[in-house]
Design a protein around this ligand. Sequence first.
Ligand code: FES
Ligand SMILES: [Fe+2]
Length: 387
Amino acid sequence: MLVSEQINQIRKLLERIDSGTNVDAGNFYENPTNNYISKELANREWETFFCDTPQLVGLSGDLPEKYSFLTMKELGRPILAVRDGDGEFHAYVNSCRHRGVIVEEDERGTSRRFTCRFHRWTYDVNGSLVGLPKSDHFGQPETETLGLVELPSEERHGLLWVHPNPNGVIDLQELLTEELLVELETWNLDKLDYLGNDVYDVACNWKLAMDTFGETYHFSSLHENTLNNAFHGNVQCYDTFGNNHRMLLCRRDIDEMRKLPEDEWNITTAALPVYWLFPNVQLMPSKEGLYLVRAYPVPDNPGQHRSLISFYLRSEFSENAEMREVFTMISQGFAEVIRDEDYSVSASQQLTANSQSLDYVLFGRNEPALHHYHSTYERVLAKASEK
Ligand code: FES
Ligand SMILES: [Fe+2]
């Protein structure tokens, strides 16, 4: 975030602390509970948001060197993302061209070759089929047409994007807006080292999981003994960038920081920025590193989702063993709060939604992120249905 913007936002946070005010959406928003249980909607959102929209498959630090790879099964297609011998990022459908077995089963690693366990067809990092055992028995197909299916991919400002549709187009300007791209660049997200991740399978719709990131109204109640110790609940800044938005969650460290001259202020001391990349990504940079939360639906089951929570440490600290240990511990603690506190209420909300006892749930004036997220969801889905 540009320094001038940091100062502006910190001033706003301080004003809100002092005046006991918060961001104000100006009205209520009634969100239909059907959005969390409808199979018809779930199918449409799967097609629109997960099969036909560019996906964030990780950060540059997830592929730290030549021949690094990672795989994902949570999207519309099994994905194999790699760095080739020149360090270039590529993505493929992780499916063998012989009879469709997933080629690489490991979630991450380093390899120059990917060999299918069924009959050992082998591919290189450029997706080419370079090994076909017993071709004198199998026959000799045109191997140059039987490489892994390549998917559109782009690495920008430390973010790894893949389009799950081989004919799809990645337009980050359109997806994120120019303004947000410029701001993301300032975070040096390409200089983060992967530390680890947690995977949570929770009996709630993926949007209910995302909703828990949409306000700090609950910090002093649900997180009374955890996040509330480090954050002023009910004080935030909020801005939108097209379909996406940025919340600044006010840290209690702002109370000490305000005594310093403005040129010593820093947004990562005053706040935890939360970038909500529509529809399912939360990107939270901090002084030490970054938390990345991604929520995925389970096809055909609107009442179930999977969250991937990944942690990264700024490269400048990665040689420091103590820093690694401490930040890993903090990150694990943060993920456990999400699992044990936030996602516990999400699962509870899902039970109510399943029972169809409420027609809608209510978002307050102090929950503008939820207004924006759900109105964007309705609009984008309706537009996709017109096609
Ligand atoms: S399915 Fe992969 S080698 Fe046969
Ligand atoms: Fe929370």
